[in-house]
Design a binder for this molecule. Structure first.
Ligand code: ADP
Ligand code: MG
Length: 394
C-alpha cells in the first residue's frame, strides 16, 4: 500500500486519535447491528496492547450540526465497554476544554470515546478550527473509518493537518487490499451487479464500470428508472426524478456499451391502488397502473444467476428488491446463493446489501463483505478516496 498503516507506526506511549466508523443502525435506543463496532476492534486492541493512549471519534446518523440526544455515541461506548478489555470513558462532546482535560488525564489502557462529530457543523464543512480542536494533543492519527473514507470531513481529512503522523488502521488496510482486485478488474469475467434504490447515487459507478465490465446487471428499484427512461410503464414503482434523469443520461451517452447492461425481463408486482395486496409475476413491459414492482421475477433470477456462474470477479452493491419484506427477498436471495456457489472472487458492498446477505446466511461464502457502501463503490470505480489521500505516504 502506498500509504502508511498501523504496522508502520510506533505507537507505544503515544497519544492517539482514532477515527472509527461506528455509524451503527439504532432502533428504540438499541443497536440492531454491531458489525461496524466489531470491525473497529482489531485496531483498537492492537493500539491498547502496544501501550498507546487511545481516543476514539466517529459520526453517527445525520444530526446536521446540532446536538441530537438520540444520536449520541453513548450506546456505542456501552457496547465497546463490553467488547474491549479496557475502561471506555464517554466524553460529553468531541471538542472543548472539558474534553481536552479528559484527554490529558487519559492513561494507557483507558479509552476515551468522543461524542458524535456531526453535532458540530464544522465536521461536514471540514472547518480548520474544528479540525484543530478535534486533533487536540494527538501525536498519532489512525484512520480506520473505511465507510467514511470517501468524505472529506474534518475527522477524516482536516485533522491530518494538525497531527504529526497519520496512518491507516487495520480495517482500512484490509478493505483496500480486498477491494483492489475489483478496482483493477476489466474485461471478460468481470461482472458488476448494481441494485438498491438510488440510481443518482450510483450513476458515476455505471458510467465507469459499464465500459470495464463484461456484464453489468441492474436490479432493484434502480431498474425501474431504466424501464421508465425507455418509455415502459412502471405503475406505482419506486423511481425518483433524479434517478430517471440519471438513467436517461446513461442510455443517451453510453452507446455500444449498453449491450453489456442486463435488466430484468420479469418482475414481482403487488397491487397497491386499490390496495388489494394481490401479487403476481409479470413480464417487464407489463407493469400496470396501480401496481408496484418490488422484486425481480423468476426468469430474471435464473438469467442473473447464469450471468455470474462463469464470472471470475463479481462486485455487488444494492439489493435486487424490497428484501426486508418477504416474498420480495427472493431475487436478492437467489443471487446471493449464485454468488456463494461460484468459484469467483466475490465482493459485496453497501449497508443494505451487506445486511441482506448476512441475514440470509451467505456472508461467509463471499470473498469479502465490505463495511463501506459509498466508499467501496467509489474505490472500485477508480476514484481516489480523500480519507486515504490525506494519510502519510509510505
Ligand atoms: P445499499 O445500502 O446496499 O447500497 P441502497 O441503499 O441503494 O443499497 O438500497 C437499498 C434499499 O433499496 C433497500 O431498503 C431495499 O428494500 C430497497 N429496494 C430495492 N429494490 C426495491 C424495489 N423494487 N422497491 C422498493 N424498494 C426497493
Ligand atoms: Mg443503503
Amino acid at each position: 500500500m502506498p500509504k502508511k498503516s498501523l504496522n508502520d507506526a510506533d505507537y507505544a506511549g503515544k497519544r492517539t486519535l482514532v477515527r472509527v466508523d461506528v455509524n451503527v443502525p439504532l432502533e428504540d435506543a438499541t443497536i440492531t447491528d454491531d458489525t461496524r463496532i466489531r470491525a473497529a476492534l482489531p485496531t483498537i486492541t492492537t493500539l491498547l496492547d502496544g501501550g498507546a493512549i487511545v481516543t476514539l471519534c466517529s459520526h453517527l446518523g445525520r444530526p446536521k450540526g446540532k446536538v441530537v440526544p438520540e444520536e449520541s455515541l453513548a450506546l456505542v461506548r456501552e457496547r465497546l465497554n463490553q467488547l474491549l478489555d479496557a475502561d471506555v470513558i464517554m466524553a460529553p462532546d468531541c471538542i472543548g476544554d472539558e474534553v481536552a482535560a479528559l484527554r490529558e488525564d487519559l492513561r494507557p489502557g483507558q479509552v476515551l470515546m468522543l461524542e458524535n462529530t456531526r453535532f458540530h457543523p464544522g465536521e461536514r464543512a471540514n472547518d480548520p478550527e474544528f479540525a484543530r480542536a478535534l486533533a487536540g494533543d494527538a501525536e498519532l492519527y489512525v484512520n480506520d473509518a473505511f465507510g467514511s473514507m470517501h468524505r472529506a470531513h474534518a475527522s477524516t481529512v482536516g485533522v491530518t493537518d494538525y497531527i504529526d503522523e497519520c496512518v491507516a488502521g487495520l480495517l482500512v488496510r484490509e478493505e483496500l487490499d480486498k477491494l483492489t482486485p475489483c478496482r483493477e478488474a476489466s474485461g471478460d469475467g468481470f461482472v458488476v451487479i448494481l441494485g438498491g434504490a438510488k440510481v443518482d447515487d450510483k450513476i458515476d459507478a455505471i458510467r465507469e464500470l459499464l465500459p470495464r465490465a463484461e456484464k453489468l446487471i441492474i436490479g432493484g428499484a434502480m431498474a425501474w428508472a431504466f424501464f421508465k427512461a425507455r418509455g415502459m410503464g412502471i405503475g406505482e414503482s419506486l423511481c425518483t426524478c433524479d434517478s430517471l434523469q440519471a438513467a436517461h443520461e446513461i442510455l443517451d451517452g453510453m452507446g455500444d456499451h449498453l449491450d453489456r447492461m442486463m435488466l430484468p425481463v420479469d418482475v414481482h408486482i403487488v397491487q397497491v391502488e386499490p390496495d388489494t395486496g394481490e401479487m403476481r409475476v409479470a413480464p417487464a413491459d407489463a407493469i400496470d397502473k396501480g401496481w408496484d414492482a418490488l422484486d425481480i421475477g423468476p426468469d430474471t433470477r435464473v438469467l442473473f444467476a447464469q450471468a455470474v456462474r462463469d464470472a471470475e470477479i463479481v462486485f455487488w452493491n444494492g439489493p435486487m428488491g424490497y428484501f426486508e419484506k418477504p416474498p420480495f427477498d427472493e431475487g436478492t436471495r437467489d443471487l446471493a446463493r449464485a454468488l456463494a456457489e461460484t468459484d469467483a472472487y466475490t465482493v459485496v458492498g453497501g449497508g443494505d446489501s451487506a445486511a441482506a446477505i448476512t441475514q440470509m446466511g451467505f456472508d461467509d461464502d463471499m470473498s469479502h463483505v465490505s463495511t463501506g457502501g459509498g466508499a467501496s463503490i467509489e474505490f472500485v470505480q477508480g476514484d481516489d478516496l480523500p480519507g486515504v489521500d490525506a494519510l502519510d505516504d509510505n
